[in-house]
Write a protein that binds this ligand. Structure first.
Ligand SMILES: Cc1cc2nc3c(=O)[nH]c(=O)nc-3n(C[C@H](O)[C@H](O)[C@H](O)COP(=O)(O)OP(=O)(O)OC[C@H]3O[C@@H](n4cnc5c(N)ncnc54)[C@H](O)[C@@H]3O)c2cc1C
Length: 497
């Protein structure tokens, strides 16, 4: 790129979306400055260290690591000089309400073989779903996940015509639960594949059957864990950005994005107004509209902002004395009635009375994550986004007891006998620390066939203003956030549209 075409670009937020878009634009010779409210990079993908324990605060399931590697390769760097990861086997251990348990092996052929015996279904049933997931993911990836979508009409192109003839095969008009019920003769397999909806903070009873194809990521490509934990992804991206000349300003909360005559003009941090030709907002989209973009709202009034939000987290970070061989890295203690659990979260907006509990223990493979003879338990349930009237102190205490009781009943472990360290994340603290609107993790949740078109597009009607991250198109979770960075960078570089 010639020097004269190099632009001054300001980015609000150093989540992985902000980092990835900064890298892509710095690589093309632009001058990129990132303003982050917190004291380091990562946003939801950050870590907690205390008393010899290390916990990843947010994400724990790492799929499609190649998307992270791509950023390094684009910069002609060896990703292995920045971070290492390994493939997990088994992927996840599922504990069902009837006290049975099944570990999904990393090899999809073995999954079908072992699953056939355990769930008493033909091997072909599991194989068919995994093969279809792979095929359909590859068919839809480019138009839906790698291209900008401004509105429903932007997808109706000549190029996409063949896809529309296949729409029925993608089962977009069924719910994920209906599709899973039609695919599997075992209710336990239905529950495992229904859980895919939670990766976008959604309910399998409302989201589209097309989500079944996301099984491809976890069960065909695999689940991975970086050496040094998930946070090493944020650290590696920060180092790459620094190597490319990106400038970071921490403890620098942007209070306003100024717009003049339909064009972005500057960012306000403290008393300073900093002029930029292009501004990219990586902050939670709904919160940004309500705060830093308030003055620009007449240009971007968009009812997509009001769409129902995804689930919020309640996480306990427990330092546990002892070793617990009955648990693996990823463990799911399913609820007895999944439909009731989601109805409570999304229809009644209350915490589930019998929550599905996720326990992630990275110290099983990253031994430095806990002191000798200890484990680092990340224990999470899905809860509704925060309501104004909520008292999260009381709720948290009640749910903590409920979770501990279920762990005692299902696993025979009395948590209090082993607990040596404790911290937590709830919808209130996530909102406060990250700006996540009402503590919702992924922004708008996935409801029905057209939810893809109800997310904030990556560009805006304001010249020079763009969006990136898990609350905008194409969605939340590490792979989609990295995809959103690619779409946004390409829009700015004039490579998309
Ligand atoms: C508990 C939990 C579990 C999860 N599990 C998984 C998982 O297993 N796998 C997976 O792939 N994903 C998971 N996710 C989702 C994943 O973490 C997110 O989708 C992804 O990290 C979001 O990245 P982002 O770039 O959108 O921004 P964020 O991480 O939300 O970062 C936004 C940044 O903007 C900053 N900011 C906000 N407002 C301002 C302002 N005004 N000025 C300056 N800076 C500002 C914030 O401080 C923050 O650093 C999980 C998330 C959580 C919370």
């Amino acid at each position: 790129m010639k020097k004269s075409s190099s632009k001054n670009i300001g980015i609000v937020g150093a989540g992985i979306g902000g980092l990835a878009v900064a890298i892509r634009l710095a690589l093309k010779g632009h001058r990129v400055t990132v303003f982050e409210a917190g004291d380091d990079v990562g946003g939801k993908l950050s870590e907690l260290r205390a008393q010899g324990f290390r916990f990843d605060k947010g994400p724990s399931l790492f799929t499609m690591p190649g998307l992270v590697d791509d950023l390094f390769r684009k910069a002609k760097k060896n990703p292995r000089n920045y971070f290492q990861y390994r493939r997990l086997d088994p992927v996840t251990k599922y504990f069902f309400a009837d006290q049975t348990e099944f570990s999904v092996p990393a090899d999809p052929v073995e999954f079908a073989k072992n699953g056939s015996q355990f769930f008493n279904v033909p091997e072909a049933e599991i194989k068919r779903v995994l093969q279809t997931a792979s095929k359909q993911f590859l068919q839809t990836k480019e138009p839906f996940l790698e291209k900008p979508i401004k509105s429903i009409f932007s997808i109706f192109t000549l190029e996409n015509l063949p896809l529309f003839f296949k729409l029925r095969r993608f089962k977009i008009f069924q719910t994920l639960h209906e599709r899973n019920q039609n695919s599997f003769s075992s209710p336990k397999l239905v529950q495992i594949f229904d859980r895919l909806a939670t990766y976008s903070g959604s309910s399998p009873f409302e989201s589209s059957g097309i989500l079944q194809q996301t099984a491809h990521l976890e069960y065909n490509i695999g689940a991975f864990l970086p050496e040094g934990g998930m946070y090493s992804i944020s650290k590696a991206l920060k180092q790459l950005a620094l190597d490319l000349g990106v400038e970071f300003n921490f403890n620098s909360k942007v209070s306003k994005i100024s717009v003049h005559q339909g064009k972005v003009r500057s960012l306000k941090v403290g008393f300073l107004e900093q002029p930029y030709q292009i501004i990219i907002c990586n902050a939670d989209n709904h919160t940004a509209y309500d705060t830093i973009l308030q003055n620009a709202s007449s240009h971007i009034v968009d009812d997509r902002k009001e769409e129902p939000k995804s689930s919020a987290p309640l996480v306990f970070y427990w330092g546990m004395k002892g070793n617990f061989p009955q648990l693996d890295v990823h463990n799911i203690l399913f609820s007895a009635d999944y439909e009731k659990e989601f109805a409570e979260i999304f229809d009644s907006s209350v915490a589930p009375s019998d929550p599905t509990i996720y326990i992630n223990i990275t110290s099983k493979v990253v031994h430095s994550d806990a002191p000798e003879g200890h484990e680092n338990w990340f224990v999470m349930i899905n809860v509704p986004p925060r309501e104004k009237k909520d008292n999260w102190f009381e709720k948290r205490e009640k749910l903590r007891k409920l979770i501990m009781k279920k762990i005692q009943d299902r696993l025979g472990i009395n948590v209090l006998d082993h607990l040596v360290f404790e911290d937590f994340l709830d919808p209130y603290t996530l909102e406060k620390s990250n700006g996540a609107y009402r503590g919702s993790i992924y922004g708008n949740r996935s409801i029905g066939a057209w939810s893809m078109f109800k997310r904030q597009p990556n560009e805006s009607p304001i010249t020079g203003l763009y969006f990136v991250g898990g609350t905008v198109h194409p969605g939340g979770g590490i792979p989609l956030v990295l995809s959103s960075a690619k779409i946004t960078a390409n829009l700015i570089l004039g490579k998309n549209s």
